[in-house]
Design a protein around this ligand. Sequence first.
Ligand code: LRH
Ligand code: MN
Ligand code: MN
Length: 432
Amino acid sequence: MTDMPIDPSVIESDNAERSTGFEADFAALGEQLERCGVAIDTIVKAVRDFTVAVPSWGVGTGGTRFARFPGPGEPRGIMEKLDDCAVIHQLGRSTPSVSLHIPWDRTDPAALKDKAQSLKLSFDAMNSNTFQDHPDDPKQPLSYKFGSLSHADEAVRRQAVEHNLDVIEFGQAIGSTAITVWIGDGSNFPGQVDLLRSFERYLESAKAIYGALPEDWRIFTEHKMYEPAFYSTIVQDWGTNLLIAQELGPKAYCLVDLGHHAPNVNIEQIVSRLIFARKLGGFHFNDSKYGDDDLDTGSIDPFRLFLVFNELIEAGEALERLDPAHMIDQSHNVTDPIESLIRSADEIRRAYAQALLVDRVALREYQDANDPMMASECLKQAFRTDVTSILAKARIMDGGAIDPIAAYRASGYRKKVAIERPEVKGGGGGIV
Ligand code: LRH
Ligand code: MN
Ligand code: MN
């Protein structure tokens, strides 16, 4: 049984209004690409095959450490979050899976699986949470104030490991096959922790989690330069992350969250190095201007996103073997989270489609001939191509909307759920 949240007739009538303009744009782009020897249908097909997971914590309004300003109709729990995720996928057709965060999303796994099936959704990587205390969880009475997997106290480390094993068990029950581990462990002052010993403790804990992974599971460790710790962070960069994945073994991979680097860091080069090391596990897509801003993907620096995808495509077969997970990790403070996630998924596909347009034979020739101007132009030409109608075509072919944000607004979904979901203090989940 399916229970899709948007009436299909809304999509049909919104598409009908836009179809003439869309057809003209698509035909013009098709001709333009044909002149460059590219068949537009091959790009449309590749785009249709490319999907990205939405974060359950992204559909509630986020917040900063100063305030959170909830919007109308905030989801009050994971079931309503899944309803919102289904809206995003029904209109955009690129986000068939959801990434869960435990314990934020803890509920009866069988009911969760049924609900997801009824909405035609599945689950991507699970996320454990030992960066907050969980006073309501009888299994986690000890505080993570001074760390979790690297904590000086063995009892806290054990509790954090057990939590991760719990998350894996939960994930198994709902069909997930990966766990992402991000921890906030670190220090605020020089001397507060022993940099070497705390890393050794972290590794020991991570090995205990790794040892309990089911046969077909992968573990993704996620690096982040700083925050919440401001002097040192235990998994602070891709170098430490790679070291961890190599120490743990073949089921361990590195996850790259785009917002977790210093400004101006060459993230695409990190991606390339992780592919070389066969340790690229996946992405948390978002965008940022200053730090871990968690802004909408592609909203600040779409060229950087394009360059990341350029490396992925350049990797060819090596990437197919790695099969990295694509997930969004954002916080929406001032927009309707559904709209932000629709737009972000679209921007990710846009960067992918543009990167597919790079003339790789020509690029290699320019590189080998030491022609930086033409090599750079070769990339820019692909990046400058407006692939909007390709993205729309991919959506239409899968039953989605030509303009998903417009169709979403026309559907009146937010107004409807605002009535059904009266505001609850603390509802919506996510980091506040
Ligand atoms: C940490 C992080 C990590 C968490 C998520 C909520 O900044 O990127 O992935 O699980 O945010
Ligand atoms: Mn992240
Ligand atoms: Mn983050």
